[in-house]
Design a protein around this ligand. Structure first.
Ligand SMILES: Nc1nc2c(c(=O)[nH]1)N[C@H]1C(S)=C(S)[C@@H](COP(=O)(O)OP(=O)(O)OC[C@H]3O[C@@H](n4cnc5c(=O)[nH]c(N)nc54)[C@H](O)[C@@H]3O)O[C@H]1N2
Ligand SMILES: Nc1nc2c(c(=O)[nH]1)N[C@H]1C(S)=C(S)[C@@H](COP(=O)(O)OP(=O)(O)OC[C@H]3O[C@@H](n4cnc5c(=O)[nH]c(N)nc54)[C@H](O)[C@@H]3O)O[C@H]1N2
Ligand code: SF4
Ligand SMILES: [Mo]
Length: 764
């Protein structure tokens, strides 16, 4: 195939010639070696940004990525990419990549060091701390952007070497409510269905999910389906106007936190108007309610009585959606001639009743039998590229072990110990080493009971809620020892004692697992800059230096990622989470687990597609994750949020993202095109509130909450909040909105609610 420079440029995000420096821009421009005419070598990889897990092809020439294009063979995105996907190459080429280990000296400066010195320092310090204060004085805080081998190495190092349960990941801030929702409803984590549902359903319910910006290629797939059939409906529930409105058939604004009323009101209609699939419910569901903190079985009659409090006409004012619309949409959901797919992300999960809200969505599908069938199902969208593959499946949380195993279960611990070849009793039970979820971990770091935390592939000093409270206390401690592995300087490297330069994305081999249970492999395609090394390598080196040599044999070193994955895979076999073999994944565009004989599973719990079901009368459905083979319909009441607007703080603050930026902006702010498009975070408010305050777009406002305040510019029409709500994205390190955000968590999932707190605004 003849390949011209024009083709390369066509495949890339247009590389601009102008290099006018922008005040906040911290990178260098990605340059296509434009004089060269020879064809780059194209290699497949999953995108390293969102949990959609699109396939990309990276064009390599002269040891550099010079072009990016969508992978036409990827079943996820079929050759298309969003703006972040096209920016993937530039992520690697910011001018200030970390290339050498850094150690903070006595005058407080980070100075260049060697790997030996940095790794010896960490291993020595951890041994010292463990000897003096016990093994729970050290901790690891990781990421849904870790590859599967990285997460597995970290888990094995911490639980099998250090023997502490102090390992958590940023996915706690992201997916925890969805996980607890799936586990308590179906007994096994992750969605029953897959992205094929996006092509097969005719009714989409979006429960506060800004898919147009956050999962653009899945949104695109949904729009293609809508455009192919005039009967398809996209029902978009949201607390503010976003780009997603543009693709929706109907957008309905609801009041923050009132989704609990909305879903129960829809269930009220389904139950009282005869939309319940009686045979499905009788065969496949049980009803439960938590009474006086005890989970109790109830029946349909008791559930119906529970729903009496959610008559649409009664709760409509609290929701802000007219009762007739709630009834109409519930009837649409119940219509036996319609297929329904629910989609949700952080609006539902970052919620002090996030687990309950997950239950309420599953309920609608279970009541109507629209579950685990092509085009029908409740589908939680994952945020990060491997929140599923690494955090959820490998289990990089304080309470977990691979494949839905938990440290509280002695059999589970023994199974993992056997594969790890460590003595019985190595992995600590919760009595041996207490469970410490992410916010509790940061509190322990701040109070000094955890003396050292190793932060990898996450930037908590920008992303944790009520940030100032944690950062100031950590900085005030003389005795804390913070290790940070990153690819760029960040807000978190600012507080680090040791900074380790990491290989980024395809500078190392790895695997990610996306939202639809698809495990995807990528090869190492380019060398990391300077002395940067992979995160898995870093964990292995420190583990060995601490004496845990048997965990990571030296003959693994040539193919470290493969050995780690192969061992992890053993722990998935026979658990109904069985992942594909390394070779199958290298050869394919990913496979959806459970995988048997190279065959993936599209719809779990459904005998036509899932061999774990076996014989299931009468309709081939079996929710085998639970011992009784049934899923749970949970009666979950409305309960108020912890902080609501009042006289002093009269506005809701909602925080989130914008299309152009990834989380804390460390990568996308080094992609020139994206940085230029959105160079700073703005405060979006309703025109009515703006005129009450006497401010216009471009003016400065002060945002204050009970926790902190900051000054920022008023935005334009990009987000359109209703009166009484302001929206601020969190990507901008110069405007740390998390100093304002509340840290209250869902008691079941321990996930914080970043979506709502009370603030006041004044003109600056
Ligand atoms: N461009 C881009 N894409 C990304 C990311 C990124 O940083 N940038 N990050 C990825 C990650 S890790 C994540 S987690 C996802 C996040 O994806 P989303 O959750 O879609 O995005 P956010 O901006 O966090 O949240 C905004 C949404 O919260 C909803 N919301 C606010 N309050 C409530 C409420 O009380 N109830 C309900 N039900 N909804 C409410 C709003 O309606 C709005 O749709 O995006 C992923 N994709
Ligand atoms: N206000 C507010 N705050 C939020 C949220 C919100 O909606 N509102 N959402 C929460 C959610 S859902 C999430 S997922 C979190 C995300 O929050 P974080 O995880 O803190 O944000 P990221 O910017 O993704 O951080 C990833 C870091 O890893 C670095 N990195 C990239 N590749 C590599 C690598 O290969 N190795 C290493 N060692 N480092 C690498 C990047 O430079 C970056 O600093 O934020 C949470 N915080
Ligand atoms: S939709 Fe997500 S996975 Fe796909 S290209 Fe965009 S950021 Fe990457
Ligand atoms: Mo997330």
């Amino acid at each position: 195939m003849a390949f011209t420079r024009r083709d390369v440029l066509k495949g890339c995000l247009a590389v601009a010639g102008g290099t006018a420096a922008l005040p906040l821009f911290r990178g260098t421009l990605f340059t296509d070696a434009s004089a060269a005419e020879d064809e780059p070598t194209w290699n497949k990889a999953p995108c390293r940004f969102c949990g959609a897990g699109c396939g990309v092809e990276l064009g390599i020439r002269g040891g550099k990525i010079v072009a990016v294009r969508g992978d036409a063979q990827s079943p996820v995105n079929k050759g298309l990419l969003c703006a972040k996907g096209y920016g993937l190459a530039q992520v690697l080429y910011g001018g200030d990549r970390l290339t050498k280990p850094l150690i903070r000296n006595n005058s407080g400066d980070l100075v260049e060091s060697t790997w030996d010195a940095a790794l010896d320092l960490i291993a020595g310090k951890w041994k010292e701390l463990i000897a003096a204060h016990g093994r729970d004085s050290v901790a690891m805080f990781g990421s849904g952007q870790w590859t599967i081998p990285e997460g597995y190495a970290a888990l094995k190092f911490m639980k099998g070497g250090v023997r502490t349960n102090n390992i958590e990941a940023n996915a706690r801030f992201c997916m925890a409510s969805a996980v607890v929702g799936y586990l308590t409803t179906f007994g096994i984590d992750e969605p029953a269905g897959c992205y094929d549902d996006l092509d097969l359903t005719d009714t989409y319910f979006l429960w506060g999910s800004n898919m147009a910006e956050m999962h653009p290629m899945l949104f695109n797939r949904m729009l293609q389906r809508r455009n192919s059939d005039p009967d398809v409906r996209i029902i978009h529930f949201t607390t503010l106007g976003t780009m997603t409105d543009g693709g929706a058939s109907e957008t309905h604004l609801f009041k923050p936190h009132s989704d609990l009323y909305l879903a129960n009101a829809m269930a009220h209609v389904l139950v009282n108007e005869g939309f319940v699939d009686k045979s499905f419910v009788a065969n496949h569901a049980v009803f439960k309610r938590t009474i006086d903190a005890v989970d109790t079985d109830i029946d349909l009659a008791a559930y119906t009585a529970f729903l009496d409090d959610y008559r649409p006409s009664d709760v409509a004012p609290a929701i802000g959606i007219a009762a007739e619309n709630i009834v109409r949409l519930a009837r649409m959901f119940g219509d036996p001639d319609r297929k329904c797919m629910s989609l949700w992300t952080m609006g539902v999960n970052q919620h002090t009743r996030g687990t309950h809200m997950n239950h309420l969505i599953h309920n609608l599908h279970l009541l109507t039998g629209k579950m685990a069938k092509p085009g029908n199902g409740s589908f939680s969208l994952t945020g990060q590229p491997s929140a599923c593959g690494t955090c959820r499946e490998v289990g990089t949380f304080t309470h977990r072990l691979p494949s839905d195993r938990v440290v509280a279960n002695a059999t589970h611990r023994a199974e993992v110990e056997e594969v790890w070849g460590v003595p019985a009793g190595t992995i600590p039970s919760p009595t041996d080493s207490p469970l410490t979820h992410s916010m509790a971990m940061w509190d322990k770091v701040a109070s000094g009971s955890i003396k050292s935390v190793w932060v990898s592939t996450t930037n908590p000093m920008q992303s944790v809620p009520n940030l100032k409270k944690y950062r100031d206390r950590i900085l005030a401690r003389e005795d804390s020892f913070i290790v940070v592995s990153d690819v760029y300087p960040t807000e978190t490297t600012e507080i680090a004692d040791v900074v380790l330069p990491s290989a980024c994305y395809v500078e190392k081999e790895g695997l990610f697992g996306n939202s639809e249970r698809r495990t995807q492999h990528f090869a190492k395609l380019v060398e990391p800059p300077g002395e940067a090394r992979s995160d898995a390598w870093q964990f292995v080196q420190v583990a060995r230096k601490m004496g845990f040599t048997s965990l990571f044999p030296t003959d693994w070193d040539t193919l470290l990622e493969k050995y780690l994955f192969d061992e992890y895979r053993k722990l998935t076999l026979g658990t109904k989470h069985d992942v594909a073999t390394w070779d199958q994944l290298v050869a394919s565009r990913g496979l959806r687990w459970p995988v048997y004989d190279g065959q993936e599973t599209k719809w779990r719990f459904n005998a036509t597609y899932d061999r774990n079901v076996g014989q299931a009368e009468p309709d081939g459905i079996k929710f085998y994750g639970r011992a009784d083979g049934k899923a749970v319909i949970w009666a979950r009441p409305y309960e108020p949020p912890p902080e609501v607007p009042d006289v002093t703080y009269p506005l809701w603050l909602c925080t989130g993202r914008v299309l152009e930026h990834w989380h804390t902006g460390t990568m996308t702010r080094r992609i020139p095109q994206l940085h230029r498009a959105v160079p700073e975070a703005l405060c979006y408010l309703n025109a009515g509130d703006a005129s009450d305050l006497g401010v216009a777009p471009g003016d400065q406002v002060v945002i204050e909450s009970r926790r902190g305040s900051l000054t920022m510019k008023v935005g334009d029409c990009r987000f359109r909040p209703p009166k009484g709500l302001v929206y601020v994205p969190f990507f901008d390190e110069n405007h740390l909105i998390n100093e304002v955000v509340n840290e209250e968590v869902d008691p079941l999932s321990k996930q914080p609610d970043y979506k709502k707190c009370a603030v006041r605004l004044k003109k600056a």
